[in-house]
Structure formats: structure tokens, C-alpha cells
Design a protein around this ligand. Structure first.
Ligand code: ZN
Length: 358
């Protein structure tokens, strides 16, 4: 069997390397590496050995014959600012998504994932508004009115594979990736705060529900979907009604609604609870206190943790009796990568303490 040039390219991209950086690590000139990646050169055993070390993928990785897919419909920067993300970084994220995709395919050969719900596909042009779509998703998933206590749970029940990632060190907050024949994946940047992470998850769910194809308005729509999914107007009106909207109230509502003070403030304005002047005044206060990037820690809440992949790994290790090495071999990566991509397989959620009420 011949090594596959595309897997050499994927490994290099995953490690965030240009051909010019990678060639010296492999002990060849760049034109040779280019030919290797395009299946135009003979791959020597020495080159394979060097690739294994330089790219940190096992030898078998370079012989895989996987279909490789292009970039997702949208990748977008955190904090609504145009972040400085290079093509090399995007390539690394797309390579990561592809690798997770073929892991998923291999994993699903051994176990079956049963979903309790599905993802409705609703096109914005067919409905009155994005608000309506968010309400339909809540109804379809049978989410009770008021704050969503655990959005991750609903996403996972609908068959979405949610995973944390360092996003190649970029400020990209989240990305949705759908590979034909596989459950959709959402990667969330693990470096964001719990409130932003939840908003990102809601935003990415919005893409899955509404956006089969990219459009000029998709980011705005996904944000509007996230706001409406997490903070439905009818419920939130009750929370604001008759109360003075200031930073103290926004802080008090944050742990209840599990959204940022800033998301609540935007919603208060949209729902007509603030005049333009009051709105500007509150934003000035938020800026002056340095709360834009970090809200007061006393209102923080724990991050929602994905549970499906950790449970899958647990099943492989317990029911199917795979050792760490065998599981890494199944995924054709080194054990270190298993840990960094999926955790160590143990569900790290804090268990609720047993309390006895008397
Ligand atoms: Zn988006």
C-alpha cells in the first residue's frame, strides 16, 4: 500500500505548518514535499519516519484513505470584532474537523448513538422571523419556558456532537461542520467564558437550523436566533417589567438566565425597556468598569461540558475493553492527541451533591 499524499497535507495543516516550515523538518526540499502531498513522489521509509515525528501522527495515519472536506459554511471571530485569523490557522481548524470526522465514522462502527430528538431545518424565508424559528426550535425540543438550564443537553439529545477545542489558538469562538453521513459537529473554543460559550453554542445551533448555504445575513441571523432561543421575549419581559434596569439588575439576572449581562442589556433595548439615552449610559458604565471583556466574577456560572464523546470513550474502555493505546490506534492518532482532543474519557462534570432536605 502506498502512503496517501493528502494525509501528509492534512497532518501538516493540522500542525499549523507551511510547506516551507515543514520541508526542513522532514529533511527534504519544499518542491519534494509538494510532490509528496500530490502523490507525485515516492515516499521513502526515512521520510515516513520523519513525518511521524515532525507531525506527531502514527505511521498508519499517512496510509489512510479518507475523503477530505473543505472549510465549513462559516467560521467567525469571537467578540464580534474582525479577528486576525490567518489562512494557516483556518487550515489547521479545518484539518482538525476532518480528523474528528473520520474519528466519528470509526467510532460509530463500534457503537450506535441513539438520539432523542432531531434538528429542525427551517429556512428564514419560509417563516415570519428568526424569532419565530427560535420559538419553533424551543417547542420542537420541548424546552420549558424561561431560562434554558442546560443548552448542551438539548443539542446533544438532538444528535449534535459538541466538542471543546483550542481552535488552533485563534479567537474563533465556534464552528459548525456537517460531513455527509455523519452527525453534525459543533466545536466550541474552550477559552471563552461560560456565558459566551453558551451564546456561541446557541449561535451555531442557529446555523444548523437555518443555514444550509452561506448568505450575507447569516451571522446576524444566527446571533438573533441565539438571543431569542436563550431569552424569549415573552419570558424576559416578565423579568424586566416594572424594574429599574441597571448593572445590579443585569448582574442579578445573569446567573438565572445563564447569559452575559451584555446580552441581557442588548435584549432589554430590543424589547423596548430602555431609551436610547439609558442604553448609551449603561454601555458607558460597562466600558468604564472594564466589563466588556470580563464581567464581574461573582455572577459567573460553570461552563456546560459536552458529554457524548467522553461517554463514547468510556464505553470503548469499559464495555469494549479497549486500552488507551488500542483506542488511540482505532483513531489513528497518538494517545496524547486523544487526551487533548477528547479529554481522558472520564466525564468531568461536577456531580450534584446529595442533599437531604429535612
Ligand atoms: Zn456564525
Amino acid at each position: 500500500m502506498r502512503p496517501n499524499g493528502s494525509m501528509f497535507r492534512l497532518a501538516r495543516q493540522r500542525r499549523g505548518l507551511h510547506q516551507t516550515d515543514a520541508a526542513p523538518l522532514l529533511g527534504v526540499e519544499q518542491p519534494i514535499l509538494s510532490r509528496v502531498e500530490n502523490d507525485l513522489a515516492v515516499v521513502t521509509d526515512e521520510l515516513l519516519q520523519r513525518a511521524e515525528t515532525a507531525y506527531s501522527f502514527p505511521r498508519a495515519f499517512f496510509f489512510l484513505n479518507e475523503t477530505i472536506y473543505g472549510p465549513p459554511v462559516s467560521v467567525h471571530p469571537m467578540w464580534r470584532k474582525k479577528a486576525d485569523v490567518s489562512a494557516r490557522e483556518i487550515d489547521s481548524i479545518v484539518a482538525d474537523l476532518n480528523i474528528r470526522g473520520f474519528h466519528l465514522r470509526r467510532i460509530l462502527e463500534g457503537i450506535e448513538l441513539r438520539t432523542k430528538a432531531d434538528i429542525p431545518r427551517l429556512d428564514v424565508v419560509d417563516f415570519e422571523s428568526v424569532e419565530k424559528i427560535a420559538a419553533l426550535v424551543r417547542a420542537h425540543w420541548q424546552i420549558p419556558s424561561g431560562p434554558i438550564k442546560n443548552l448542551m443537553l438539548y443539542a446533544e439529545r438532538a444528535g449534535i456532537i459538541v466538542m471543546h477545542s483550542n481552535m488552533a489558538g485563534t479567537p474563533i469562538s465556534g464552528v459548525t461542520y456537517s460531513i455527509p453521513g455523519l452527525p453534525p459537529m459543533i466545536l466550541l473554543n474552550e477559552d471563552q467564558s461560560a456565558d459566551r460559550m453558551r451564546f456561541t453554542l446557541a449561535h451555531e445551533i442557529g446555523h444548523l437550523v437555518m443555514h444550509k448555504f452561506p448568505s450575507a445575513t447569516m451571522e446576524e441571523e444566527a446571533n438573533e436566533f441565539a438571543s431569542n432561543l436563550l431569552m424569549p421575549s415573552a419570558d424576559l419581559r416578565q423579568a424586566f417589567k416594572g424594574r429599574r434596569i441597571d448593572l445590579a439588575l443585569l448582574g442579578a439576572l445573569k446567573p438565572e438566565w445563564l447569559v452575559s449581562m451584555q446580552a441581557l442589556l442588548m435584549r432589554a433595548k430590543t424589547l423596548g425597556f430602555l431609551t436610547e439615552g439609558q442604553n448609551q449610559y449603561l454601555w458607558k458604565q460597562i466600558s468604564a468598569r472594564g466589563l466588556r471583556l470580563q464581567e464581574p466574577p461573582q455572577f459567573d456560572f460553570p461552563k456546560e461540558i459536552p458529554t457524548v464523546m467522553p461517554r463514547v470513550i468510556e464505553v470503548y474502555k469499559s464495555a469494549l475493553a479497549y486500552s488507551d493505546d488500542e483506542f488511540a490506534k482505532l483513531l489513528v492518532i497518538f494517545p496524547d492527541d486523544v487526551a487533548s482532543m477528547y479529554g481522558n474519557g472520564r466525564d468531568k462534570r461536577p456531580r450534584p451533591k446529595l442533599t437531604i432536605l429535612t
